[in-house]
Design a protein around this ligand. Sequence first.
Ligand SMILES: Nc1nc2[nH]cnc2c(=O)[nH]1
Length: 452
Amino acid sequence: MDLRNKTLSASGFHSPQRGIIDVLDDVLIEIDADGVITAVHRHGDPNYRTIRDTRDASGELVRLPARTYVLPGFVDLHVHAPQYPQLGDALDVALEVWLQKYTFPLEARYQDAAFARHIYRLLVDDLVANGTTTALYFATIHQEATRALVDICLEKGQRALIGKVAMDNADECPEYYRDRSGKEALEGTRALIDYVRGHPQNGEGRVLPVVTPRFIPSCTDATLEGLGAIARECACHVQTHCSESDWAQGYVLARHGMTDADSLDRFGLLSRKTVLAHGNFLSAKDMETVRARGAAVAHCPLSNAYFANAVFPLRAALEKGLHVGLGTDISGGPSASMLENARGAILASRMLQRGVDPNLPAAARATFGPAQIDFRDAFYIATTGGGIALDLPVGQFTPGYQFDAVLIDADAEKGTVRLFEDRDKGERILQKIIYTASRPNIAATWVGGRKV
Ligand SMILES: Nc1nc2[nH]cnc2c(=O)[nH]1
């Protein structure tokens, strides 16, 4: 059901601030012709009944069934679209080996635009079915395939930020899969920006272009500098990998004599619109730089378990005031579900706080300090945090924000949520959704009020 120009009568949850779950119990959400929320009326508000009855009489009221809950749609802050065929596969080696052995050969296949279209359709359908209403995508180096991803997101209605990957460093990128020159990397980036911004179906700007240096090892300094200039000139989003693994971090220290964050900063690649994937090894000083620039980290807990050999200190980052969202990192992470990644974030944080070596006594095991997060933080980074990271009005049910939402059906026949009326009320329902919901529980997904 299209919810533009409608008033939704529903229950649900959102987290407008970290640590706070706003329980929306039988509220009215007014949505305008552009899919923007114009008002949220609580059940006890004096004009609630009048608004509900007037809208009902004019046919503008849409009532959602009992035991269904609206949540803001998930914002996946880090997805490698071309890696989807490899989801749940090839996780047996270190990052630098994984790239050369599995990932670059797979990404090179997107030279074939028909192959790209086939995979990208499957991916976008699956992400939407999993409740991802906004995705920040790395594509490949290829123009035609990357344009196909833009077309498919527009056709299917997913909000998306898409980057043609720039990678021209012959020392780190194989001959069969790299931009032929820095010039080609920069021209290709500009061409994609023009394509997205000039797309006839993109009048609302639902798809945005992203300047995408893969990571420092993949790019020459001239290309990093050129990309920084393009980002500034075009006021574009930027995405890249930052301080992900010991190897990646060590490579940048050896080549540039400084950390990833400092190096990206000097190339003009750290801005309010930058998303740094992983950031596991950001130092306290790096975090301060990232915070000062208003850039964000995409926390990818499942992928980090395979490639980082460390846990991103999410709680510390949030407490320092960094913008942080959640990413699946398909296919470094083996799940397309943001709910599974939210659970992964909670689990990883608990292991970081408590330690993991059973041969040590409890006190000696717990060396890191406070790190634990709960379902509230996980929900926050999967929704509101992602919206803030991207500087887009998505991720919460607040007037002025887009109505991007998922509907959770707690009673879905094949679903995995079990609610018991006598005990499950208020926030506890959201807790159970975060811990136990799965794709069959996602009954509907809307982007800008349109069902997708
Ligand atoms: N996880 C991950 N890290 C990277 N670093 C450079 N490229 C990649 C990639 O594709 N995935």
